[in-house]
Design a protein around this ligand. Structure first.
Ligand SMILES: Cc1cc2nc3c(=O)[nH]c(=O)nc-3n(C[C@H](O)[C@H](O)[C@H](O)COP(=O)(O)O)c2cc1C
Length: 215
């Protein structure tokens, strides 16, 4: 049998690029948009995947991947089950953090801020664009609750598919979108010998200050 690799020996150099303060857009949302475009152009699989970190009343941080569905000056949005573990944590504590890692470009972006629910109208609009199977899935799956078996889940999907046959599937009120309104960003570009470039944007009033951080 092949010996498992010693993970201490797994390392590489980060040599895809560099980052200077003068290259950065003064507006972090625009800077993010440029980097997201680069990730899409580089054919990075799941370029819109982001790790969402939340922390509820128990002070135990929790992280998981969700998909960025839209973003603008007002914030970064994703969709989920409001009664899921993350939904409950956001209810208890709206502070959260998002993280993107675009490995082919050796780039990481961190975004922190406060989370709010999207309007029912915005959630309805997005729900209506989802494929039929995904809408049924959202209705049939009590996300983050324990279930007896996969068969039980498939049975619920079957029941809901039959119940909605020929009918419009409208968004259940326990499913919808959230927006993280950023108060800080960090753009990280990997460099050789671990001497990476890092720039932090912090909001003061209506303006963003940009500072270089040690790697
Ligand atoms: C690639 C990928 C994309 C995902 N996208 C979403 C998403 O957009 N919304 C969502 O609720 N869960 C998404 N998930 C599942 C979550 O990571 C997580 O399992 C689920 O939301 C339950 O998390 P919670 O128990 O912490 O609430 C995705 C997982 C992966 C790996």
């Amino acid at each position: 049998m092949k010996k498992p690799q010693d993970t201490r020996d797994i390392r590489r150099q980060y040599i895809s690029g560099s980052l200077e303060k003068k290259q950065l857009n003064q507006n972090p949302t625009e800077q993010f948009g440029l980097w997201l475009n680069d990730a899409v152009d580089a054919n990075i699989k799941d370029a819109t995947c982001m790790t969402l970190a939340t922390c509820g009343d128990d002070a135990m941080p929790s992280a998981r991947i969700v998909l960025l569905k839209h973003h603008d000056e007002s914030g970064f949005c994703w969709y989920t089950h409001y009664q899921s573990a993350k939904g409950q944590q956001i209810e208890q504590n709206p502070n959260a953090s998002l993280l993107f890692y675009w490995h082919n470009l050796d780039r990481q972006v961190r975004i922190s801020g406060t989370v709010e629910k999207l309007s029912a109208q915005t959630s309805n609009h997005y729900f209506d664009t989802r494929p039929q199977e995904s809408r049924i899935g959202a209705i049939a799956s009590p996300q983050s609750q324990t279930i007896p078996s996969r068969d039980a889940l498939l049975q619920k999907v079957k029941q809901q598919t039959a119940a909605y046959a020929g009918k419009q599937i409208t968004r259940p009120d326990y499913w919808g979108g959230y927006r993280l309104k950023p108060s800080s960003f960090e753009f990280w570009q990997g460099r050789a010998d671990r001497l990476h470039d890092r720039f932090q944007y912090k909001k003061s009033g209506d303006t963003w200050t940009i500072e270089r951080l040690a790697p």
